[in-house]
Write a protein that binds this ligand. Sequence first.
Ligand code: GRF
Length: 201
Amino acid sequence: ARLVVLVSGSGTNLQAIMDAAADEAYGAHVVAVGADRDDIEGLARARRASIPTFVVKVPDFPTRKAWDEALHERIAAYGPDLVVSAGFMKILGPRVLESFPVVNTHPALLPAFPGAHAVPQALEYGVRVTGCTVHLVDAGVDTGPVIAQEPVAVEDGDDENSLHERIKVVERRLLVDVVGRMARHGWTLAGRHVRLGRSAG
Ligand code: GRF
């Protein structure tokens, strides 16, 4: 399966998918990496692997709709079977969402702590368990149907960075597993319930 991965930062989730895709048996490979900004490690990771990249910045367009259209164009050029939002920090528009299935990874157990500050909000709230969620993207902010989740304990003395890094270790494994299974076996959606195809686990 052909993957387009969208990033906005360090791209460690992207790297995990690229590494997994080195094995033919994974069943998916990254055909392009898109970003909403320049000069991020995520783009550098793609370039080092000779994977095409594109940047589509919101301020470069007169309207959000124009940005959505432009992003759709750039993604469509690569004919993806699945788009993976891995730390992409913009809300995707209807043109993109009606054209491709999009999977997102979020560093909290949705519906808890949606949005761009999930990790500090979990710390602030004082939860003892948080985690990560892989979900299908819908028009809302982190509101799409859940595909997979895994808990991560909050430890005494955690700060945002230590907790996020611990979550990201789990998140990368969960995302790689889900994307691979979707690529190899497909999935069905009934209401808010995603069922991955023939699954090993
Ligand atoms: C991930 O935890 C993602 O869920 C969140 O930002 C982080 C991105 O990490 N939105 P990376 O860019 O994949 O390293």
